[in-house]
Design a protein around this ligand. Structure first.
Ligand SMILES: [Mg+2]
Length: 509
């Protein structure tokens, strides 16, 4: 509330931002979801990854840029035909959480039981029984590659298009695995040699969405006594440009983006930051070079690089469960920090907003499926009753039938006929109902994504991506500014301890 009042005093512009923020919170797409209980009152330090966490990228623009730069490198360095430069990027083709099968040239969506739900070979959908006898061993890192971050979507889509070209005979002498490896090498290079970042910096508004509410959320944390830090794998020059674009002009109380953060660590080399023991360096801002860190505590005016979590904890004199880390990468940010360091974690899943909006749009259809499923169960029960009655009559009639008079025989025959008719009607009705359910399911699934369906599910089962989110992140939400909606000392409670019969939860909902 204090942050709200303070912000209101600032300017009418702030009032507008706050009104928008409150409106955005109403539809529930900006909620924070809880996997494991987290008491914010115990958290002293809150750290943030930068790319796709503090900085939200414009999907089509950034992915298309990475795609185009990679294609150029493939022609230049790997001798691919120039015709590939004409390939066009479609941002919506691939979703996060898929697996690339390098060996077969396929993209797979798998569920929590490692069963393949959907398969694409190039742009062609295959039946999932393609993998009927194949056990998907995700630890087979030679064969399978996981599409973990939004950064990896362009390479997955490029693979899709090159598999099509290979099947058309346009890329002779290259196996699917080689295609994938060439893409990987070239896309890595666009990230490392600065060619991607130079273009982004030259036109930041084109590539980065400036969340107007980010500064409000950070300010609210700071006002409540939390200490904030940035821990990013990006280099200093890039971090400086992006963060300055995001925060420098937003709030007059903070002259520079740096004023929001107590500690800034660039080039952090996650996940190595959580596994290895690289020392911290102090970045010389004149030339961007790392100098040995002499000081025994972090200087809030300095920029640090590399480092490791144990030294970090020593320097700030805090333990794992007093530190909350917010990132978008399941393995780099969340899984490693959760497993190795005991830091509490928040996963940013920006797709949540669209996913939840779709679910809301499908509310009527969800209810219709529930009604149809109830009807199916009822018909199933009716069939069981008719069949048992028929069985009873068939068993009874054998020894007794000789004693039946004509009227009794007729009555039994009539009853048997009626039961058979009812049974046949039930059977048909069940088939129709089942078909309706199936069609409705397909329609709903395509509403989320025409090729891959919903991100977190497939046919009533959780997707592999959903299981990772559930298992590794304490909290998850669509963006950092959503924390503004919640008290900074909130006790986030988990829904995991709910029994299947706990309907009061739905009612109190
Ligand atoms: Mg990131």
């Amino acid at each position: 509330m204090e942050a709200l009042k303070r912000a209101l005093r600032k300017s009418p512009e702030k009032l507008k931002l706050l009104t928008e923020l409150v409106e955005a919170s109403i539809d529930g797409t900006r909620d924070i979801f809880v996997n494991r209980p987290l008491n914010m009152a115990n958290i002293r330090y809150i750290g943030f990854d930068m790319d796709y966490t503090l900085a939200i990228y414009h999907k089509q623009a950034i992915e298309e840029l990475a795609f185009r730069k990679t294609l150029e490198k493939m022609v230049e360095m790997k001798g691919y035909p120039e015709q590939i430069l004409e390939l066009r990027y479609e941002a919506e083709h691939v979703i996060r959480g898929l697996l690339v099968d390098r060996q077969k040239g396929n993209l797979l969506k798998i569920n929590r039981f490692k069963q393949v739900c959907r398969v694409m070979h190039g742009t062609k959908a295959l039946k999932s029984d393609e993998y009927y006898n194949d056990k998907i061993d995700q630890s087979d890192l030679v064969r399978f590659v996981s599409v973990d971050t939004l950064f990896s979507l362009p390479e997955a889509y490029l693979f899709v298009l090159l598999v099509d070209l290979a099947e058309a005979g346009d890329l002779p002498g290259r196996t699917f695995a080689e295609l994938y490896d060439d893409i990987r090498t070239c896309i890595d290079l666009t990230h490392r040699d600065g060619s991607l970042k130079t273009e982004i910096i030259a036109d930041l508004p084109r590539y980065i969405y400036k969340d107007p509410h980010l500064s409000l959320a950070l300010d609210k944390f700071i006002q409540s006594g939390k200490k904030l830090f940035v821990l990013t794998n990006s280099e200093f020059y890039y971090t400086e440009q992006v963060m300055s674009y995001l925060l420098d002009t937003d709030n007059l109380e903070y002259e520079s983006w740096r004023d929001y953060f107590e500690i800034i660590v660039v080039n952090a080399r996650k996940p190595a930051f959580f596994k290895e023991s690289n020392p911290f360096y102090r970045v010389d801002e004149e030339n961007g070079e790392d100098q040995p860190m002499q000081e025994t505590s972090f200087d809030s005016k300095a920029i640090y690089s590399q480092g490791n979590y144990l030294t970090f904890e020593d320097l700030i004199q805090s333990k794992g469960n007093e530190i909350l880390y917010v990132g978008d990468h399941i393995f780099g940010d969340v899984m490693r920090s959760d497993k190795d360091s005991n830091w509490r974690t928040v996963l940013v899943v920006e797709e949540l907003e669209t996913e939840l909006r779709h679910t809301e749009e499908l509310r009527e259809k969800h209810l219709r499926i529930r009604r149809l499923a109830n009807r199916f169960d009822k018909l199933h029960y009716e069939m069981h009753v008719y069949s048992s009655q028929l069985d009873t009559l068939a068993n009874l009639s054998a020894p007794l039938v000789d004693d039946f008079n004509e009227a009794e025989t007729k009555a039994v025959t009539k009853t048997v006929e009626e039961l058979k008719t009812n049974l046949a009607l039930c059977q048909k009705d069940m088939e129709r109902t089942e078909l309706k359910i199936q069609r409705l399911r397909e329609e709903m699934s395509a509403h989320y994504h025409p090729l891959w369906g919903p991100l977190f599910h497939d046919h009533d089962e959780m997707s592999r991506f959903a299981v990772q989110v559930r298992d590794y992140a304490s909290l998850y939400t669509s963006r950092v500014s959503n924390f503004f909606f919640y008290p900074t000392d909130r006790y986030y409670k988990s829904l995991r301890d709910i029994m299947p019969h706990d309907r009061w939860m739905e009612l109190s909902g």
